[in-house]
Design a binder for this molecule. Structure first.
Ligand code: KG4
Ligand code: ZN
Length: 342
């Protein structure tokens, strides 16, 4: 069935993102022009617990979502009757958090008489790269690295994905967060390690690189244990050296696999997505690898790597054009997977 939206130009979509601990809303035109993108981080609420507390997150979304949506509409300079659809992340994520955004999106779509579009959070991360590079030539291999996921995805075309590999234990961001917590660097750990690593030597400690040259799956839990064991055995070790060497081990594995995948599947480019894609060392190494392999590199801006609603609105646009509106009985699904054509 061809969607009645397939050829519509100038679609203004309100995106809503509440899958974890960021409350976000954005207005985007045709997955290209970001009129507004508001993100209210709950980091301060969760920091003293060393990680996201689901119950606190969902309660905070309830309080923050209406002002965040209002802010996005005001910043975009539009009123409700100028919107063409409302898209919201329906999964994967924390069920209580997802429900807040999904319920709000459905209610607004009903009141405004516009379509509701269910968005997969992982697909939204893939569209973050496209939002900033609309002329991105497919196929591309996307390395999606966040707090909850680590995946290598071949994006053959819009909506056509092949999951080449994923983590068999911890996600890359989770490893950064756990190691940072162990080193007493606070939460979230990724930016703290990234910063401290600049003062350390990446070759100071030879941490393990699990499955670096085999297949496309990842494993980071052994690396985290190796860091803990090393610091316990050498309490005098420089924390900056530990941070730099740990980061080097993660980045080395991520880049080696992504680069090999892009070469083996004949991709035109390599894109980064997800919060860990903000890592300065990872960005630098991906640029070097792409130059050596003759690949186009797509590195989304920092604000587009971490959770935001502009990427949700962009993914909603593609879904609306290809499949039309989502039924209002589509529920939140904490375990939603990326649709895989293989
Ligand atoms: O995509 P995201 O905002 O949320 C999820 O969907 O998980 O990713 C958050 C993750 C956290 O684990 C955080 O520590 C990590 O991304 N992160 C980083 C950096 N900035 C955020 N990891 C490494 N280096 C960074 N600069
Ligand atoms: Zn995310």
């Amino acid at each position: 069935m061809v969607s009645e939206y397939a050829d519509r130009e100038g679609l203004r979509i309100l995106g809503i993102e509440t899958s974890c601990d960021d409350t976000a809303a954005a207005v985007v035109v045709d997955a290209r022009e970001v009129l507004s993108s508001v993100v209210s981080s709950q980091v301060d609420l969760h920091a003293r617990f060393g990680g996201v507390v689901p119950e606190i997150a969902s309660r905070a979304h309830v309080e923050l979502l209406v002002p965040v949506i209002a802010g996005a509409l005001v910043e975009a300079g539009i009123t409700d009757d100028h919107l063409d659809a409302v898209g919201a992340t329906v999964g994967p994520g924390l069920i209580g958090s997802l429900l807040v955004g999904v319920s709000a999106a459905k209610a607004l779509a009903l009141v405004w008489g516009v379509p509701f579009v269910a968005v997969n959070h992982l697909e939204a991360h893939l569209y973050a790269a496209l939002l900033e590079e609309p002329e991105l030539e497919l196929p591309v291999v996307v390395l999606l690295v966040s707090g909850g996921h680590t995946m290598l995805v071949l994006m053959e075309d819009h909506g056509r994905y092949r999951v080449l590999g994923s983590t068999i234990d911890d996600a890359a961001g989770e490893a950064f967060d756990k190691v940072a917590r162990f080193l007493g660097l606070g939460y979230p750990g990724g930016p703290a390690i990234d910063h401290l690593a600049m003062q350390g030597a990446p070759d100071a400690i030879a941490f393990p690189r699990a499955m670096r040259d085999e297949g496309y799956d990842f494993s980071f839990s052994g690396l985290k244990t190796a860091v803990v064991n090393h610091v316990r055995k050498h309490p005098e070790v420089s924390t900056a050296d530990v941070a730099a060497s740990f980061q080097e081990a993660v980045v080395d594995v991520l880049v080696a696999k992504a680069r090999r995948a892009a070469r083996e599947v004949g991709a035109r480019g390599l894109a980064l997505a997800g919060g860990v894609a903000a890592n300065s060392q990872l960005r630098e190494r991906v640029l070097d690898a792409c130059e050596e392999e003759g690949l186009h590199a797509f590195l989304p801006s920092h604000s587009m790597c971490t959770d935001n609603a502009a990427m949700v609105a962009a993914a909603a646009w593609w879904r609306l054009r290809s499949e039309g509106p989502s039924p209002l009985d589509v529920g939140a699904d904490p375990n939603l997977r990326l649709p895989d054509v293989s």
